[in-house]
Every structure is written in structure tokens, then in C-alpha cells.
Design a protein around this ligand. Structure first.
Ligand SMILES: Nc1ncnc2c1ncn2[C@@H]1O[C@H](COP(=O)(O)OP(=O)(O)OP(=O)(O)O)[C@@H](O)[C@H]1O
Ligand SMILES: [Mg+2]
Length: 291
């Protein structure tokens, strides 16, 4: 098997709240190969979102490390982490996190602005992927002019448009009915299969496990079960997918992180846009490093 895209070693996260310590993650180790669709399940408060935030470099561990490819992201500065997320990672959120004043096309284009793609190329890429998720007729709509399922499809298009190595999704279907959930899950899985992208999906819904190659169950911050999903024999049908050819010509497996002076043809998007796309920035109050 090729080198894992994610390697977690003895990960521990303790939050300090007043005089109390909350052990959100106790001692977690596992690896994920490139292209795996991995579902992390567990009851409320078991540590799922905390684990996802650690994997995505949104929070620093109390102990242990997270390696993404060759990078130990736990040792990265905040600046480097921000660039890492822009370059390697896509996010899908339960509440969509779209920019309310922007159209679907503008929302989906945002990650490409962060990656220095020029306007005509990024518009073409955003249109292509919006069409592939069935929203060719909603490009100029703002989030409030779309249904929940349509907004999440914009969220999916935004997460995939820059072809990140890993997509993190935290309860992406939590606000959707069962039919829309199936549509959205099939869409995410098909897009991942298309380009051998890795999906880490957090959910408390056991019905979503059937879409995954692997199911990791956590209780009280520890892995209690880790199994391959034998029922997944083939990828779901690609009936709604058109070409999702990469907007950039990058072919290397593990490109270097871009520098802060990465060229763009205009001013970079706001910090607010970065936070909406890539999760919240690391803040002091979320740092629970005292044990
Ligand atoms: N910033 C924080 N400060 C203090 N405690 C926290 C913080 N974030 C999470 N916790 C605690 O860590 C534990 C795990 O929380 P986490 O959000 O990871 O659970 P979860 O499995 O995602 O739950 P849910 O299914 O409800 O989203 C909980 O006991 C929670 O109260
Ligand atoms: Mg959660």
C-alpha cells in the first residue's frame, strides 16, 4: 500500500474549562490511505468534531501528532496551517457556511482565489463543477435563494473545486431530509472516487456508514472499533457527474505549500471568507493545552 495520506500518532486533546479539564481525545492512533472514504461515528460528545479539527489543523493537540503526507502539521505555525488548509483541504459543514452576499458561482470560486487562479479559469472551473452537481441553473442565486439541499451542493462544489487531497465533512447531512441526504452522500462519494480523493466524514447517523470504505467508532475520545466496510463493492453510479478536470496543471503528488506571496490577479478574499471555507481560525480560548 502507498504511504498513508493521514497518520495520527497518540493524539490527545484536553480542554481546560475553568478549573476543570475535559479529555475530548484520549489516545488516538490510526492511518488513512489516499482515496479512502472514512466515516467517524460516535454518540454526541464522543470527540468526533474534536478529532476532525485536529486532522484539519484547526486546533493543536495537547499531545501526539497529525501527519498529512510528509508534513507534521501539529508543528506548523498558524500562518503555515492556514496555507496548508488552503492548499490541501476542503471542508463541508452541517450549516453550509456559504457567504450570504455571494452567488453560488462566487462562493464556489473562492478557494481558487486563495490558490491564485485567474478569474476566467476559476469561473470556468466553478461553472463546470456547479453544473456537475446539478446547479447549472442556480449559478447567480445567493444562498437565501436556494433550498438547504441546493446550498449543501454549493458547499460540496466549493469543497471539491480546487481538487484538494482531503475533504473533511462534519455532519454534512445533519440539516437534510433522507432523500436529499442520499443525493448529497452519493455526490460526495462519486466526486472523491473520480479523483482518488480522501473523505473523512463525521456523523452520528449510522445510516451513513454504508457509503464508507471504513468505519471508525469512537467513545469517550478513544477508538473502540475500526472496520472495513465489506458491503462497498463498487463506487456509486456517476449519473450526475460531468468532467471535473483540474483547473490547475499540477501533477506532483505532494507539492510544497505556497508562500504568502502566491501571485493572484487581484486582492485576496477576506479573513471572513477564509474562515467560512476552512473552518474557524485557531483562537486562544480553544487552546486547551494545559494538562
Ligand atoms: N472548545 C472546547 N472547550 C471545552 N470543551 C470542549 C470544547 N470542544 C469540545 N469540548 C468537549 O469535548 C468533548 C467532545 O466534543 P466534540 O465536539 O468533539 O463531540 P462530538 O462527538 O462532535 O459531538 P456531537 O455529535 O454532539 O457534535 C465534549 O465533552 C465537549 O464538551
Ligand atoms: Mg460534533
Amino acid at each position: 500500500m502507498s504511504n498513508p495520506i493521514i497518520r495520527v500518532t497518540n493524539l490527545r486533546k484536553v480542554y481546560k474549562v475553568g478549573n476543570e479539564q475535559v479529555v475530548a481525545l484520549d489516545d488516538i492512533s490510526f492511518t488513512v490511505p489516499q482515496g479512502q472514504i472514512c466515516c467517524i461515528v460516535g454518540t454526541s460528545g464522543s470527540g468526533k468534531s474534536t478529532l476532525l479539527n485536529q486532522l484539519a489543523g484547526l486546533e493543536k493537540p495537547t499531545r501526539g501528532a497529525v501527519y498529512i503526507g510528509k508534513y507534521n502539521i501539529s508543528s506548523f505555525s498558524e500562518d503555515k496551517l492556514a496555507r496548508f488548509r488552503q492548499r490541501f483541504v476542503g471542508f463541508i459543514f452541517q450549516s453550509y457556511n456559504l457567504m450570504p452576499s455571494m452567488t453560488a458561482l462566487e462562493n464556489v470560486s473562492l478557494p481558487l482565489i486563495f490558490r491564485g487562479v485567474g478569474k476566467s479559469k476559476r469561473n470556468a472551473a466553478a461553472k463546470r463543477i456547479l453544473t456537475s452537481v446539478g446547479l447549472g441553473g442556480r449559478m447567480r442565486h445567493t444562498p437565501s435563494q436556494m433550498s438547504g439541499g441546493q446550498q449543501q451542493r454549493v458547499g460540496i462544489a466549493r469543497a471539491f473545486v480546487a481538487h484538494p487531497k482531503i475533504i473533511f465533512a462534519d455532519e454534512p447531512t445533519g440539516n437534510l431530509d433522507s432523500r436529499t441526504t442520499a443525493e448529497v452522500m452519493n455526490m460526495m462519494v462519486s466526486l472523491c472516487r473520480e479523483n482518488n480523493q480522501t473523505l473523512i466524514l463525521v456523523t452520528h447517523d449510522p445510516n451513513l456508514a454504508k457509503y464508507a470504505d471504513r468505519i471508525i467508532r469512537i467513545i469517550d475520545g478513544n477508538i473502540v472499533d475500526d472496520r472495513t466496510n465489506q458491503s462497498i463493492a463498487t463506487a456509486p453510479p456517476r449519473q450526475f457527474l460531468e468532467s471535473t478536470e483540474s483547473p490547475s496543471q499540477e501533477t506532483d503528488d505532494e507539492p510544497a505549500l505556497p508562500g504568502p506571496d502566491n501571485a493572484t490577479d487581484e486582492s485576496p478574499p477576506s479573513d471572513e471568507a477564509d474562515a467560512a471555507i476552512h473552518g474557524n481560525e485557531i483562537s486562544d480560548e480553544k487552546e486547551g493545552n494545559d494538562e
